[in-house]
Design a protein around this ligand. Structure first.
Ligand code: AMP
Ligand code: MG
Length: 317
């Protein structure tokens, strides 16, 4: 049984986490599938529920930068980024301290740990009520579309987890930006809710591999975020058997999901996963067999949107 909770049920949710159960909860990026990060059995259950490969490490969520930096070795750059962007959609990868009590499996046995301080008040309340960090990947089955509503979570994980806290749609809509600070030059592992431009204006140049096929971050397999329907990118016309993912004035098509009529990248990011869920659900009934996505500029949040769309369109492994 998976209980449907509301933000007033935080204590119930924290008790479930304390008992080693899994609770899906809202964050500003997407819904997370949470476990007590210091309970190895609970962390293992996350991989089980998601069908996630064990080499793919999880992000640990903390109440404050001070609490996070008690578990990892912060650098001056990490402190600067934390002051500017936490709480918020930025994840930092830093060396674990020898005393770090987080389960090894949460970090997939690596010497580094990915940490974040989320901004969502329900996520904050849950972490505070537990009194320990929460390990949480996105609350979807591995390889599928990330959830931005409790309904998306329920569709994929009902019966596999103890509870879902429903607090309405996530506002950012794409996952956090993941930045590796464990090497001398900061390295972008995943574009996300904080733009590369915003980070570079604070700390200078950040290295990255332009090709989305990079495997440096263990979780960054090419095929990911995949809808059931095939996806075609950079469409400038829509075929008769295709549904449209529009950005800006829509092209003629029998079924369209509009990401942002006014070409606002933040609005498009917040609606991206909802769009893929919706098209997957509604296109087949109209005999449409594929999704065609209009081009999206590759700057600001467009980098994160195009990263997710490229993976959604990649050949399935
Ligand atoms: P998710 O929790 O599903 O949003 O994915 C978290 C992302 O952070 C994945 O792509 C992981 O591979 C990446 N990540 C987490 N921990 C580390 C780490 N220690 N080193 C490198 N990448 C990491
Ligand atoms: Mg994920």
């Amino acid at each position: 049984m998976t209980a449907r909770l509301t933000p007033t049920d935080i204590e119930t949710a924290a008790d479930l986490l304390r008992a080693g159960s899994l609770v899906a909860f809202p964050t500003e990026t997407v819904y997370g599938l949470g476990a007590d990060a210091q309970n190895p059995g609970a962390v293992a259950a996350i991989f089980e529920a998601k069908g996630r490969p064990h080499f793919n490490p999880l992000i640990c969520h903390y109440p404050t930068a001070a609490a996070a930096f008690a578990h990892v070795e912060a650098s001056p750059i990490a402190e600067k980024l934390a002051a500017a962007f936490w709480p918020g959609p930025l994840t930092l990868v830093l060396p674990r301290r020898p005393t770090c009590p987080v389960a090894q499996l949460a970090g997939a046995g690596l010497k580094t740990l990915a940490i974040r301080v989320p901004a969502h008040p329900v996520a904050q309340a849950l972490i505070a009520a537990l009194g320990r960090p929460i390990a949480a990947p996105s609350a979807n089955r591995s390889g599928s579309i990330s959830p931005t509503t409790a309904t998306h979570v329920a569709a994929q994980l009902t019966g596999r987890i103890a509870a879902i806290i429903d607090a309405g749609p996530s506002t950012v809509g794409v996952e956090s930006t993941v930045l590796d600070l464990s090497t001398p030059t900061p390295f972008l592992l995943r574009p996300g809710g904080i733009s590369l431009e915003a980070l570079e204006s604070l700390i200078g140049p950040i290295a990255r591999i332009a090709d989305a096929a990079t495997l440096r971050s263990p979780g960054q397999q090419l095929s990911h975020y995949a809808p059931n329907l095939p996806l075609r990118l950079n469409a400038t016309s829509i075929a008769a058997d295709e549904a449209q993912l529009a950005f800006g004035p829509a092209l003629p098509a029998s079924l369209t999901f509009q990401l942002s009529e006014s070409k606002n990248l933040a609005e498009a990011a917040s609606r991206l996963f909802e769009a893929l869920h919706w098209l997957d659900t509604n296109a087949p009934a109209q005999n449409l067999h594929a999704i065609a996505a209009m081009p999206i500029p590759n700057h600001g949040l467009g980098l994160a949107i195009n990263d997710r769309l490229t993976r959604a369109a990649a050949p399935r492994s």
